[in-house]
Design a protein around this ligand. Structure first.
Ligand SMILES: [Zn+2]
Length: 170
């Protein structure tokens, strides 16, 4: 009996999910595409791998980079012909960021999105209380609607006086 050597570095769907953690958001390098909830599905049938991704909002020009990174990563783990399918509906929202992703954002000094998109608060233009990622105080105020990128707003904490980015909800 000849046992064929493993063809892929990834042998199952779980391996592929794991390796996709190597693909980081170019703007927030602590977050992987899995943390962001961009990867919707991984399907492996024999040697045919398909990864389904839903881009984040169009305001983030990083998405083309992310798709290229996903392809490159799949190639590295042995799937040069992997199919990367982009699905636009349902649209990505910040609700899809995983708990692990939210913890990583806080550790990175960015307040994670607090409120579901389309909620009543947002509808009436009420700003939710944003907790400071450093001291957890909610005595914070928005300094600018645009932080370091269009996807973030700049806030300042009135307790520890530190400025911080808030990941805007969509
Ligand atoms: Zn603070």
């Amino acid at each position: 009996v000849v046992i064929a050597p493993a063809k892929h570095a990834c042998n199952n769907v779980e391996d592929v999910w794991q390796v996709l953690h190597d693909v980081k958001d170019p703007e927030i390098p602590v977050l992987s595409v899995v943390n962001l909830g961009i990867v919707r599905a991984v399907e492996l049938k024999g040697d045919d791998l398909e990864v389904v991704i839903t881009p984040t909002y169009s305001g983030c020009p990083a998405m083309n980079m992310i798709e290229a990174d996903v392809r490159e990563t799949l190639k590295r783990c042995g799937f040069p012909d992997a199919k990367v399918t982009t699905v636009l509906s349902p649209a990505w929202t910040t609700d899809w960021i995983t708990e692990e992703g939210r913890d990583k954002l806080r550790a990175y000094g960015i307040a994670p999105p607090e409120q579901a998109s389309g909620s009543k608060l947002a509808l009436f233009g009420v700003q939710p209380d944003i907790a400071c990622p450093r001291c957890s105080s909610t005595a914070t105020e928005m300094v600018s609607e645009f932080g370091s990128t269009a996807c973030k707003a700049l806030y300042r904490c009135n307790s520890c006086l530190e400025p911080f980015d808030y990941f805007k909800c969509i």
